[in-house]
Every structure is written in C-alpha cells, then in structure tokens.
Design a protein around this ligand. Structure first.
Ligand SMILES: [Fe+2]
Ligand SMILES: [Fe+2]
Length: 255
C-alpha cells in the first residue's frame, strides 16, 4: 500500500525509545492518575450493535455470544483508533494546503486535536491495535491521498466528520465504561469545530467540474458502503459461530 497520509502503515518507535518520555510530558500524562482495567473491555452491549435482534446471535451459546461481542467491541474501538490516526495526517496535509495564515493556524490546532484524540484512545488498548484493512478505512485512506481540496473538505470535514460527530455522540451515550464515555464526550467540541470549518469554507467555494465529478464519485462509493451494511459485524458473528454463507449473512444481519 502506498498511502501515507492516513498513517495506517506507520510503524511505532520501540517501547524504551526516548521519544515516549518527551511525548508523555508533552501530553501532560502526569495528570492521569487511575490506571485502566483492560481485562474485560466490553464497552458496548449487544443492543448497541443490534445483535440482540439477530437470530444467529440469539441462538448462539453464552460462550459464542461473548466471543462475538468481544470482537465487535474491539473492532469498534480499533476503528476509532485508525480514524483518529488518519485525522492527524489529514489535518497536517491541510496545514500545507492552507491559503491564509488563519487557515494554517487553524489546521495546526486541529492536527493537535486529532493527535490528542489518538493518544487518549490508545490508552484503551493493551498494545497498539493491528491495522486490518476494511472497506471503510481503505476508502478513507485513498481519499486522503487526493490533492483536490474541494473533495477533501466535502468528504472528510463535511460528510465523514459530520457523521463522526453523531457516531461519537451515540458511542458515548451507549458506552458502559465511564472513562471511555468521558473520553468520547471530550472529543465532541473539537469534532464539531472541524466539521463547521469545512461547512464554512465550502460556502463560498468555486467548484470546478473536475472537483464535482470527484465528489460525486466519492459520495457514490460512500453510500454504497452504507448500503452494503455492517461487514465487520458479520465477520464478528462468523468468528463466533463459524462460516456464514453470503445468503445467511444477508438474511440475518443486514436487513
Ligand atoms: Fe478526532
Ligand atoms: Fe476531527
């Protein structure tokens, strides 16, 4: 994969590396006292995923249900991690594409917001999550490589961050862990600013035909993904219950 803005393939520095100490001090980690219990990280219940209404889940043994739920939880948290990782790269790119001093400053501050979010979410993992390409992340990774600013503003800040805002709000309100709920709620003000900036900038934008075509194409792809449904959840059920033929998966989960 040649995508670099998203940071999906960036390696981490070794655990004892000096950068970690400087990073901890830059993040003011000294203020965080309580250690997180990561042994049973079931942050969202079956109802949040709609699994309680899925026959395959209802018929699963308690052990299978626990496996499915644990995977669904981990997938959701991992997705947040990679979205925030991509956010850092996106905002950094927008710093370089800025056309005014204010825009440059704003995107620098936004890059710091996303870096903070990334580090806060990282605390909920015992080790850095593995990157597993799925259609949503690969769509976002490809999008971020574009140099069409109108496409970036529309798709990332208006569509994805607008959707992300309500997604985070819903994740926070259904989360069963107070610390994660507070963390997600603390993202909302910044995400609302990122979204509003995109909306604002596009209000006076002079779109050219090429940009309109790119936006049209990206929206089609995005809506197609929405239509196809929760593929990761299907995989989680499959890992708990064994192989699901496309027909069974469709019938059980996607309707
Ligand atoms: Fe963020
Ligand atoms: Fe954001």
């Amino acid at each position: 994969m040649t995508q670099s803005i998203s940071g999906f393939t960036l390696p981490s520095t070794a655990p004892g590396d000096r950068l970690h100490r400087i990073l901890a001090s830059a993040l003011d980690r000294s203020k965080e006292q309580e250690t997180l219990d990561l042994t049973q990280p079931l942050y969202w219940p079956a109802e949040y995923f709609g699994l309680n209404q899925v026959t395959l889940f209802q018929q699963a043994s308690a052990e299978e249900q626990a496996t499915i739920l644990a995977i669904a939880n981990q997938d959701l948290l991992t997705e947040i991690y990679w979205v925030e990782q991509a956010g850092v790269g996106y905002m950094a790119k927008m710093v370089l594409l800025a056309e005014t001093c204010e825009e440059r400053i704003l995107y620098s501050l936004f890059a710091a917001d996303e870096a903070q979010h990334l580090c806060q979410i990282e605390q909920f993992f015992q080790q850095k999550p593995e990157f597993n390409q799925d259609s949503f992340l690969s769509f976002m990774g490809q999008l971020l490589e574009s140099n069409d600013k109108a496409l970036l503003l529309t798709m990332v800040q208006v569509v994805l961050e607008g959707w992300g805002l309500s997604h985070y709000r819903s994740l926070a309100s259904h989360c069963q862990n107070d610390r994660l709920t507070a963390t997600l709620q603390s993202f909302l003000a910044a995400e609302a600013r990122h979204h509003a900036t995109g909306v604002q900038q596009l209000q006076t934008w002079q779109y050219d035909q090429a940009s309109l075509d790119h936006i049209h194409q990206a929206l089609r792809e995005f809506l197609h993904m929405v239509q196809v449904g929760p593929q990761r959840l299907v995989k989680a059920v499959e890992q708990g219950r064994g192989y699901l033929s496309p027909a069974i998966a469709d019938k059980s989960l996607l309707n």
